[in-house]
Design a protein around this ligand. Structure first.
Ligand SMILES: [Ca+2]
Length: 366
């Protein structure tokens, strides 16, 4: 019995010793992986996994700096991943040795890969967002086509010759040639477009029918650059009544004549208060406040499934010179709630022209 007990104790001690050893060697170590181009440019959003034979031990994607930390117990592993570009696919298969309780560094330098960074600029060298950018290969066949949300487009591609087309509105620049090396190559492309600004901001305007007392226009609220929340109770809304004709006319004075690109107006629907958006909006432009050019009326069907309270922006393309911009509203309800009028145009086209907002007959414009 005594010997058996001793053997048992010895067995337990051995188990504890071995499991302790195993526990110790099993303490994880970390590898910090850096994925870079040949010139040191980080490569982001690359999915990598740490594998032991075919088993994935840890995985993740590289961050903005091209870095990724993966953990495993001490040992040798394969680092597996792939970079899929519009032109080719590069496989990553590297050996990584992880040491217990340590962080080791692993640099993965990707060969045969370049990063093209395209910056789109306006004629005054400012950032121009929203352009359609097409990257074409050396045979001028499209490789990728994107509409940029900002002024920048980035693409990972095989080194070589590329041609870039950039299009915004009706302005196009074609076949801008670029040689991409195994590096970050930045290209600035300038489109023949002037930047536009809200020329109506803080400008004077007049309304055919004045704001109602409960929803007043205290401080030129239609050009103050602020739009209220989707509720008639918000003080930013200017409320007017349409009267028998259910009609309102508003004229804004830009002070000078400009090339106007578009005119917008923000309206409120509040089904809890009998306020709906207009059924029709007509914009007219004038340089002198006497002779007016009406643009085509835009009509709306008001969908019943819309939310009860909603803010909508009406937009009218213009593309002509004007100092005065008039809006006519065909009201669906007697109440009309407006939040902001914006008139976009180019600053460099400013021209002094005679005209007087105070003498315009608003009832005679349309
Ligand atoms: Ca406003």
């Amino acid at each position: 019995m005594k010997t058996k007990s001793l053997l048992f104790v010895l067995f337990v001690m051995l188990v504890v010793l071995f499991s302790g050893c195993d526990l110790f060697s099993g303490k994880p170590g970390t590898v910090e992986i850096a994925v870079k181009l040949a010139d040191g440019t980080p490569v982001k959003n690359i999915e990598l996994s740490l594998r032991e034979k075919d088993k994935i031990i840890d995985e993740g994607g590289t961050n903005e700096k091209g870095l990724l930390k993966l953990s495993a117990k001490a040992g040798k592993y394969q680092l597996i991943g792939s970079i899929v570009t519009e032109t080719h696919e590069i496989l990553i298969n590297e050996e990584v040795v992880i040491e217990k309780n340590k962080t080791v560094n692993k640099l993965v330098t990707v060969q045969n890969l370049g990063k093209l960074s395209i910056n789109v600029k306006d004629k005054l060298n400012g950032p121009l967002s929203g352009a359609e950018v097409t990257i074409k290969d050396s045979n001028k066949a499209a490789v990728t086509k994107v509409t940029a949300t900002t002024d920048q487009v980035e693409a990972l591609l095989k080194p070589g010759t590329y041609y870039i087309d950039v299009k915004k509105d009706d302005v196009t620049l074609e076949d801008h040639e670029v040689t991409l090396t195994s590096a970050l190559v930045t290209v600035n492309i300038t489109l023949d477009i002037y930047p536009t600004y809200n020329l109506a901001l803080n400008k004077d305007y007049r309304m055919l029918k004045p704001a109602e007392g409960g929803y007043p226009d205290t401080e030129k609220e239609l050009t103050n650059g602020v739009v209220g929340a989707a509720s008639f109770g918000n003080a930013e809304w200017v409320g007017t009544l349409g009267g028998e004709e259910r009609l309102q006319v508003i004229v804004v004075d830009l002070d000078k004549e400009y090339l106007v690109t578009k005119a917008t107006v923000v309206g409120l629907k509040d089904g809890t208060a009998g306020i709906d958006l207009p059924l029709g909006i007509t914009v007219a432009i004038s340089s002198d406040g006497v002779n007016w050019t009406p643009l085509e009326k835009q009509t709306y069907e008001l969908p019943p499934e819309e939310p009860k309270q909603v803010v909508r922006t009406h937009e009218q393309k213009v593309g002509d010179n004007a100092r005065f911009v008039a809006y006519k509203f065909d009201q669906s309800t007697n109440w009309l709630f407006l939040g902001e009028i914006e008139v976009y145009g180019t600053q460099h086209t400013a021209t002094d022209v005679p005209g007087d907002l105070a003498t315009i007959d608003l009832a005679e414009i349309f």
